[in-house]
Design a protein around this ligand. Structure first.
Ligand SMILES: Nc1ncnc2c1ncn2[C@@H]1O[C@H](COP(=O)(O)OP(=O)(O)O)[C@@H](O)[C@H]1O
Ligand SMILES: [Mg+2]
Length: 315
């Protein structure tokens, strides 16, 4: 972890002193004896202790009691998708302190759900929102502000206000995408960001790392950035939603013919996995396929002018 500025009490000046002294990662700061850091940086002893405390908190390097852990989990919040059946299978909405992964083929509704959440996340908690702003990393150029306007109007919200609270960045390649994710560690606390979207997490990686020999590099990078996203979600009690594609199984004899891209790395890093597919008559189906506690259930929804709605409601 090299986002030193993400630590409480560390601004650009202190970060550059730390880096100049060779402490370039949060891990290094957490484990180095404070006197040694003091000698090399000329920072005050108490300042260093505070920074180290923040570094350990960030890394969760200290033991916590089960009670403390319980308190953290109790602060977990949920964001409505605006669609009751979808909220139901998610246990009440998208969780903070977790990564929710939307998986599906082209046109299955991943981006539409992300745009919907970018609006609902801004709702007050009484209406099922997170009372916060949104950071949206768009890797495919499919984020549409006009849709945000439509969805916001559908919910009786001021579209301009809603659009003003969504910070969008277009990622042009995988290293740019990684840079933007690193940037979130300062952007999120400064802007009261409560939802982070990466749509899609994987497309640049799949496009750039071609061939078997590059696969382990790709997976390592992907793993590193998924874990950064998870730390971000935990550190700032925010929700992270990423999208993923499905691909043909290279060994179709051993399981499903199509499966989520990104392999085990993706499967393990994401807290909840939601599989999306098209049904008949414009109905779409969302299914929880992998979650530590949510049962495997399906929800039926539709995409309309107003965003994501229950299939029954529409009929
Ligand atoms: N205003 C709208 N009203 C109804 N359906 C829409 C609207 N905008 C987009 N859609 C539908 O959303 C689908 C695209 O979903 P999208 O989320 O972009 O898929 P992907 O999973 O590839 O991200 C299309 O089938 C399109 O018909
Ligand atoms: Mg999309």
């Amino acid at each position: 972890m090299d986002d030193l500025e993400a630590l409480e009490g560390v601004g650009a000046a202190i970060a550059s002193k730390l880096r100049a002294a060779g402490y370039t990662t949060i891990e290094a700061i957490a484990v180095t004896p404070p006197l040694e850091i003091m000698e090399k940086t000329n920072l005050g002893f108490n300042t260093i202790l505070k920074i180290q405390e923040a570094a350990r908190r960030m890394l969760s390097a200290d033991f916590k009691t089960a009670q403390e852990y319980y308190e953290v989990r109790r602060n977990m919040r949920r964001c409505t998708t605006g669609c009751k059946s979808l909220d139901d299978i998610l246990g009440g909405g998208i969780e903070t302190q977790a990564i929710t992964e939307l998986i599906g083929e082209y046109g299955s509704g991943k981006t539409q759900i992300c745009m919907m959440l970018s609006v609902t996340a801004q709702l007050p908690s009484e209406r099922g929102g997170l009372d916060g702003r949104v950071a949206f990393i768009d890797t495919e150029g499919t984020f549409m502000p006009e849709r945000v306007y439509q969805i916001a109007s559908g919910l009786g919200l001021n579209p301009k206000e809603i659009a003003n609270n969504i910070l969008v960045a277009r990622a042009y390649n995988s290293s740019h995408q990684c840079l933007l994710i690193d940037r979130l560690f300062t952007l999120c606390p400064e802007n009261n960001i409560k939802l982070v979207v990466v749509d899609s997490m994987i497309s640049h990686f799949r496009g750039e790392y071609i061939g078997r020999e590059t696969l382990s590099d790709r997976q390592q990078k992907l793993n590193q950035y998924l874990h950064k996203l998870l730390r971000l979600a935990e550190a700032y009690n925010l929700a992270v939603v990423i999208t993923n594609q499905i691909q043909a199984n290279p060994t179709p004899f051993t399981g499903e013919p199509m499966r989520p891209a990104g392999g085990n790395i993706m499967a393990h890093a994401c807290t909840h996995r939601i599989f999306l597919r098209r049904g008949s008559k414009g109905i779409r189906i969302a299914k929880v396929i992998d979650s530590p506690y949510l049962p495997e259930r399906e929800a039926y929804f539709m995409i309309t002018e107003k965003g994501i709605v229950d299939a029954e409601e529409e009929k």
